[in-house]
Design a protein. Structure first.
Lengths: 482, 129
């Protein structure tokens, strides 16, 4: 495939400059002018249209096919939410409107959406208050850890560490480190759960927080989660809930009831809004009552007369963490999704997500190694270790799936499983779709026995064949040059 | 999998070769194989003071980024400059060309917390089950 620069021919143009209808300005002084012509693509409008149409055809998304990327919850994003987000009353409202005198009354609908979404998420997670501002999951994590730090600082407690399990998402230790904490990593014990004895040994008055996903990254619900929370609280540490896996327990179990003090939710996972590329995302953060004063400003409040307003007067707040009020369009879509599904619908989503994952687990467990073999929640983690003995590794299976039209599952994560294949089907896929994918997975397992080369050479039917990922990482070449 | 007899090992798959107070530090054959093609090694700086079991370096492969922990406490006296241009040395020769750095250890008794080759071999058998 050619880059758009390579398609260009010198002198070819895709626009006509309108004639100036104002007097010509004095040319810029020489020292402000560029010395060399900029390196642009010389293409016609048709070249541009064809180039980007072709790229969009090559694009893979939930709208084109099955996307079982574990821990990412790539559920279908229903189109009615797009329609609502594009209503003029929402799409055209200027973000400064509520900040100018009298403008708040013209943005009541949007403020109400923010206010109500906060209330719905608080109910779903069992938290007291939410901020809608964080612009992505990792941004929510950083905000959450900053809230933890603000809480400890206000209570005069100096704490140095944040505990994470070795199965955690890499963003957890990264967020803790960016917020200024040192990270303690707790190993996973043989049963697949965080080693409770080591956890107890490392917990003391220097630990600020424990960051966990629940269910955890292996798709398992830790039956001792309450005990873990109690141990943290006894030492004065806070419990942080990474909402990556919330889809598994919507309406079944609430982080707040388990004892979590801070949660972040990925609206683009659990609440069916588009992920980054089709995004943007949103990572609202919820807190228990004792942390509510520290939430970022502005807060959306409801006045006694029933109208909504922005409140900037929170002297304990950690301050601004985003321009304006977060990715409003994303919040709006999540709000619409929650209202359409309702309580029963959300519970149904969680149940079907778990059922689908267990169907995958049941159909594949005879063909792939299952390191922690028990009923899973919303995702299941296999190991390609059996296939690896014949030279077929997780990466090869992923490449072969691409050739067959499927987005691969997450591979080599969590790090504690060798040759990990992490499958999260979500609730929005039919049995026929799942069967198509699972049949292909079974076929790969068979090929790995009989004809490993046919798998290790994949992909053969894509615009580009097997890429040298090692060379790409060792000698990155990120910029086209003439 | 190679496990040289004269080295000390950690549970996180680092090795240390002691020459008096001087120690060469690197990651084991198992670690390099598990990581796959290594693309980058983030090393400590010469003069850095290390504490046993603390994360002191990172290693990135096409699959993952991992922390490397200090087998001993002490001071970094030299780093393996070749790794910047040739991270593949870690894959090709984890115990020799692919060492990470050299340190002067401050407390030899910390050996007690490490494994010798026989113990590491046994530990690895437990892992591969």
């Amino acid at each position: 495939m050619k880059l758009i620069f390579e398609k260009g021919r010198h002198g070819r143009r895709g626009y006509v400059q309108a004639k100036s209808d104002v007097p010509e300005a004095k040319p810029l002084d020489k020292r402000y002018r560029r010395h060399k012509d900029p390196c642009l693509a010389f293409v016609s409008e048709l070249d541009v249209v064809r180039h980007y149409s072709e790229l969009s055809r090559l694009n893979y998304s939930v709208d084109t096919n099955f996307y079982p990327l574990g821990s990412c919850t790539m559920k279908y994003n229903p189109k009615f939410t797009e329609r609502i987000a594009s209503l003029d009353g929402f799409a055209q409202v200027h973000p400064l409107l509520p900040q100018i005198s009298g403008g708040g009354m013209l943005a009541q609908g949007s403020l109400e959406v923010l206010y109500d979404t906060e209330k719905l998420l608080a109910e779903i997670t069992g938290m007291s208050a939410f901020t809608m501002q964080p612009l992505a999951g990792a941004h929510g994590e950083l905000t959450g850890v900053m809230l933890v730090a603000a809480y400890h600082k206000a209570s005069g407690s100096r704490r140095k560490y944040v505990i994470v399990p070795d199965s955690s998402h890499g963003t957890n230790p990264a967020s803790a480190a960016i917020a200024g904490y040192d990270v303690i990593v707790i190993r996973t014990a043989a049963d697949g759960y965080m080693d409770l004895e080591e956890y107890k040994r490392r917990m003391d008055g220097n630990v600020a927080a424990v960051m966990l996903t629940c269910p955890d990254t292996l798709g398992l619900f830790n039956p001792r989660i309450k005990e873990i929370a109690d141990i943290a609280h006894k030492a004065g540490a806070l419990m942080y809930y990474d909402g990556a896996n919330l889809n598994a327990m919507l309406g079944k179990c609430r982080p707040g009831d388990i004892g979590f003090d801070v949660v972040h939710i990925n609206l683009h996972k659990t609440f069916a809004t588009p992920h980054g590329g089709g995004g943007p995302g949103a990572g609202p953060v919820g807190v228990s009552g004792k942390l509510a004063d520290f939430l970022p400003i502005p807060r959306v409040i409801r006045r006694t007369d029933g109208t909504f307003a922005l409140d900037y007067h929170r002297h304990k707040s950690i301050g601004y963490i985003a321009p304006f009020y977060g990715n409003f369009g994303v919040v709006l879509k999540a709000y619409a999704y929650m209202l359409l599904l309702g309580r029963e619908g959300l519970i149904g989503a969680a149940e079907t997500a778990v059922l689908n994952a267990n169907y995958c687990l049941a159909r594949l467990k005879g063909h792939y190694e299952l390191p922690y073999g028990r009923t899973c929640m919303h995702e299941c983690v296999f190991s390609a270790s059996r296939q690896a003995k014949n030279g077929v590794h997780a990466i090869d299976i992923a490449k072969y799936l691409i050739d067959r039209g499927y987005h691969p599952p997450t591979i080599y994560f969590p790090l504690i499983v060798k040759e990990a294949l992490m499958i999260e089907p979500t609730e929005t896929e039919s049995k026929e779709t799942l069967d198509g994918f699972l049949d292909t997975m079974v076929e790969i397992a068979r090929l790995a026995e009989k004809d490993p080369a046919s798998v290790t050479q994949a992909p053969l039917h894509m615009p580009v064949k097997r890429l040298d990922e090692t060379k790409a990482a060792r000698e990155p070449n990120l910029r086209w040059q003439p | 999998m190679k496990i040289p007899k004269d080295l000390f090992y950690t549970k996180d798959h680092e090795w240390a070769r002691l020459e008096g107070k001087k120690a060469y530090i690197g990651i084991t054959d198992y670690a390099q194989a598990a990581l796959g093609d290594i693309t980058f090694a983030g090393l400590p700086k010469k003069g850095d003071m290390l504490k046993q079991a603390e994360a002191i370096a990172t290693v990135e492969s096409v699959k993952a980024a991992s922390d490397v922990y200090a087998p001993f406490s002490g001071k970094v006296t030299a780093i393996n400059e070749d790794l910047a241009a040739h991270p593949e040395f870690i894959n090709r020769s984890p115990y020799d060309e692919g060492y990470f750095f050299i340190m002067e250890i401050s407390d030899e008794s910390e050996k007690a917390k490490l494994m010798d080759a026989a113990a590491y071999e046994q530990y690895m058998e437990g892992i591969s089950k």
